[in-house]
Write a protein that binds this ligand. Sequence first.
Ligand code: ZN
Length: 418
Amino acid sequence: MDRGINELFEGLTITYGNRKYILPPSSFAEAEIGLMSQAEVQRGLEEVLDEVMLDHAIEAPAIRRAIQRGRGKVTMNDVVGRVKAHHEKRGKLITHKAVKQEKLTGGGVLFYEIERRGDSRKERNRDVKLEINGAGKIIQYSCPCETHDTNFAKGNYDAISELQQNGSASTNSSSGLQQMRDVSEFPTFVTHVACYHIAVALLHSSKTNSLYRSHFKFTKVMVFEALFKDVFGRVKEATIDDYLIRQGALTEETVRRVSEGELTLEVIKHMKNIDSRSQEIIGGIKRAREKDGYIFSGFATGLRGTPYQTASVVLTKQDGRSVHILYDSRLGLELPFMMLNVPFFQWISMGRTLPNSELTGNPLRETSQYLRRFDERTQQEVVSIITKPDSHLITRAETQLYERAIREQRVQPPQLAT
Ligand SMILES: [Zn+2]
């Protein structure tokens, strides 16, 4: 069985205490489609199909597969048909205007009525509320839909979703959630996902009143590839988010704000593929680090673009150092590893010289030596070292398992996910 942290969404994250607002690029790419007229979608589709067919270097696997299946052509009808299959037999994502109503009140509070993509007889349109300050910063947002309203609980912790199913926790009571701890004793964040409806409202604001400046910039190919991945490929949002981030969907300003520590790039996880022993070790690593002043700070993607790409548990320290707990079968061992990261500026200020080698390949082959690495979560150059957990946290037999796995370097690179 595949072990590891199963990511549901990845996005720009704004953290206020134990509240997190996560903006996945997949929501915003879909919102771009939602804000286009049908004629614009039609024109965009034609342009993108031409572009992808002419230039083989463009990374758009879902579009290419659809072209192949359609023996060289994909029509607007094909796309609308797929969208319908996805949204309660409705093609409204393409055929209807996404913004029904908007109202801007004083103090940067905006109210929007956003057209649902599905059957309007089943549920009402979504009333979205945004609060943005004078500097364009998101203070809060809300939407009554399921993605927004329940994912912060279901997405982050199994323990909470179980409680929810039993009716003991209300999704509306954030104070209740704040008290909870998940099974590995991580305090829980209340994570608010920017769903499609919130993304439409934010994007509309960025295009009309400039109260909000979008964190993302997309090419037409990126927008349509995201749509094709979703409705033709039916992949999970985190896969679309990863594609968009790799393709450069973050604006330069966003990258700068991440590297300055104002934002982070994090994932919402679902830790369903974890065994109880590994969970115990992860809990032990966390407690040991807390004694050194680290705090649990959520989850993030690491080793992006390599066959070992994985989501990890993140512990951070005020001074910029972090520990990522790597736990994924694709690393070749179904037990957690630790990766300590020190930002370059801090490493140098400690009077140390930067290592020459970079972490590029098999992380297991490169344990116990200092390496240069780019940290996605903070968009900073860091010096990293990967090691097994502290010896008092693992048994002798486990120590041997770690040592053997490292010695034999027996990992076969798994296939890159597309
Ligand atoms: Zn929503």
